[in-house]
Ligand binder design. Structure first.
Ligand code: ADP
Length: 429
């Protein structure tokens, strides 16, 4: 840089000197100096023109050869251009790699701009949703018109994925998960879950069919065992017959619970919904279970702390009955003789609560998160004594899920447990 500057200064000095000498020789100092300045300015303009031509002409890659300050300027611009070209090549390599990765993905990827218009999609998304190049810039809603997708997209609650039939192939089931990113842009991941759904359906059908097929033979066997035990006159058969009777009843209960669960899984939620008088339902359940509590000399109470008006809830009465009575029967089953069980109904501005509280043995905190899993038992020996199936709380959880409600469990070993169902209050019925 310094060398270029000194060459330039030498050049200016020589021009001024020659102008000065010419001035002395011709006695026209002013004109001579003006001439030498004009020559320098002309040369500068020439170099600027050369620079502009080089910048405009993309076919000429190498910088023009020149000396002085202009040589340095040409060189620096040339270096900058080389650096930018290298960065461009690197970026292009990264884009190509990302495109290769997204093409290899089995899941569909769709990127939407901030207006919800199609920006980019990979080949899998093209196969599943049928977008083509001319669709770029179109709103995604024009292609995925299913009302469920439209409300999922517009409500902007993307915590859970959405499952829908494919817009191209009716037999296929797709799962959509939207993730917002950047400046209100969105990434949609589309998965083909047809096989997964078929497997799940096969599992549900298998359980439903097996349970159904087992019910009839078991009823027959249980009937004969009951008759045999009623008419038994051989004392050594008393115990085996009693055990057969007890285990047969347990199996019937298990099959019934499996059938209830599979019905909850296979039928669409929201069917047979009608306004249910919750207080009345709890009164019926209390009356039905009172006899069980009396057998254990327990006190079973019902307290309704809701407003003076009866509380109506739009739901499936049979399912709600099954959930609440499962909780009450559990409390009676697991609470010791002379224990106390309370069914409590109350409400606040947004929710109403049904809780079943007992002063039984309680449950250790480590078991609470797994309690609603199928066949999960806190204590297998205690369970076989009480004749439980291990499906009761799974049924409760399913029923509540179908009513967008939640089960909250609190318990303290030695003090008792409380199972609270939390329901959202609905618009006036
Ligand atoms: P089960 O048919 O065995 O009662 P559940 O799914 O209804 O199956 O309950 C799961 C487990 O939770 C039970 O095995 C029992 O150990 C425990 N449990 C449920 N309710 C209570 C309760 N009120 N008090 C103590 N333990 C309970």
């Amino acid at each position: 840089m310094l060398k270029g500057f000194s060459t330039e200064l030498q050049r200016i000095f020589l021009l001024c000197l020659s102008g000065f000498v010419l001035g002395l020789l011709t006695d026209q100092m002013g004109w001579s100096l003006f001439l030498s300045c004009s020559l320098y300015i002309g040369w500068m303009l020439l170099k600027m023109r050369q620079l502009n031509r080089w910048l405009v002409d993309t076919s000429q890659k190498e910088a023009p050869e020149t000396s002085g300050i202009w040589g340095i300027i040409f060189d620096n611009i040339y270096q900058l251009q080389r650096h930018q070209e290298k960065e461009k090549e690197n970026l292009q390599a990264v884009i190509k790699r990302v495109q290769e990765i997204s093409s290899a993905l089995k899941d569909g990827i769709v990127i939407l701009n901030e207006k919800g218009q199609l920006d980019f999609w990979n080949p899998a998304a093209h196969r599943m949703l049928g977008f083509s190049t001319k669709d770029q810039g179109q709103s995604v809603i024009n292609f995925l018109r299913h009302p469920k997708f439209v409300s999922y997209f517009e409500e902007k609650k993307y915590d859970e994925p959405l499952e829908l039939p494919s817009p191209r192939f009716n037999s296929k089931q797709l799962q959509f998960q939207i993730t917002p990113f950047g400046n209100a842009e969105k990434l949609i991941v589309v998965r083909d879950i047809t096989q997964l759904n078929n497997l799940e359906k096969m599992r549900q059908d298998f359980i439903a069919n097996v349970s159904h097929e087992l019910r009839t033979p078991l009823t027959v066997i249980n009937g004969y065992v009951e008759t045999l035990s009623d008419n038994n006159s051989t004392p050594q058969w008393n115990k085996p017959l009693q055990q057969m009777l007890q285990q047969g009843k347990r199996m019937s209960l298990l099959i019934n619970d499996l059938l209830v669960l599979s019905k909850l899984e296979t039928t669409e939620a929201g069917q047979n919904h009608k306004p249910v008088n919750i207080e009345q339902l709890l009164t019926v359940i209390k009356a039905e279970t009172d006899i069980l509590a009396q057998e254990k000399q327990q006190i079973l109470g019902l307290v309704c702390n809701n407003t003076t008006k009866p509380l109506f809830y739009l739901g499936n009465e049979k399912e709600l009955h099954s959930a609440f009575s499962n909780l009450v029967i559990n409390a009676i089953k697991y609470t010791q003789k002379e224990g106390k069980i309370t069914i409590l109904l109350w409400q606040d501005n947004h929710h109403f609560y049904v809780s079943i509280t007992d002063n039984g043995p309680g449950i250790d905190a480590q078991h609470l998160p797994r309690l609603t899993e199928r066949f999960y038992r806190v204590d297998a020996s205690r369970n076989s004594e009480t004749g439980g199936t291990g499906l009761g709380l799974a049924i409760v959880k399913h029923v509540l899920l179908r009513h967008y409600a939640e089960l909250k469990i609190t318990s303290e070993v030695g003090k008792g447990s409380s199972f609270t169902c939390v329901f959202g209050l609905q618009e006036k019925l």
